[in-house]
Design a protein around this ligand. Structure first.
Ligand code: GRF
Length: 186
């Protein structure tokens, strides 16, 4: 099974997916919308082909998504895993990959959707937060939930400590869920 990862940033989840060495799921393409993102070097290190684009070079989301669609077809991918992709996926991709685009979000959705979910939970004084893996729809962090895992927030946590704890859970959970999804759908 061939899949693409979409990422905009550091790529620690991309790295975790690659290191999980899933025998069934081949990450055949990294799509990145930020030419300076650190995830690009990680893809090179793992020998994963990259498609890098700048949304500013296009008139609309539909325009760049049609180009992405072309690349995804060339790479013969049937799944898209978002890993810190900082854009809303539009109808061009959603309609071509129904129930085949998955995201990871660092909170227990529907709590703390959107940007800096860990910071939101920290500032709110939550005593529990977590990680959600979900299908995407056209909203922000709103699609059907596949799996969630709780992460405790301790009273004396710094935001950095909480971030580390949440990310450690992400890096285990996402590769596991990907493996299960791919296995159940082949
Ligand atoms: C992760 O916390 C993920 O849940 C969120 O964006 C972050 C990406 O981090 N959607 P990284 O680029 O994988 O390190």
């Amino acid at each position: 099974v061939r899949a693409a990862v979409f990422a905009s940033g550091t790529g620690s989840n991309f790295q975790a997916i690659m290191e999980a060495d899933d025998q069934l799921c081949d990450i055949a393409l990294l799509v990145c919308d930020k030419p300076s993102a650190a995830v690009i070097d990680k893809a090179k290190k793992f020998g994963v082909p990259t498609f890098i684009f700048n949304p500013k070079d296009f008139n609309s989301k539909a325009d760049y998504e049609r180009v992405l669609l072309e690349e995804l077809r060339k790479a013969s991918v049937s799944w898209i895993f978002l890993a810190g992709y900082m854009r809303i996926v539009g109808p061009v991709l959603l309609s071509e990959f129904p129930a085949r685009i998955v995201n990871i979000h660092p909170s227990l959705l529907p709590d703390f959707p959107g940007l800096d979910a860990i910071g939101q939970a920290y500032e709110a004084g939550a005593d529990t937060t977590g990680v959600t893996v979900h299908y995407i729809d056209d909203g922000i962090d709103t699609g059907p939930i596949i799996e969630q895992q709780e992460v405790p927030v301790y009273p004396d946590d710094t935001k950095e400590q909480l971030t580390d704890r949440v990310q450690q859970v992400e890096h285990k959970l996402y590769p596991q869920v990907i493996q299960r999804l791919v296995e159940a759908n082949t």
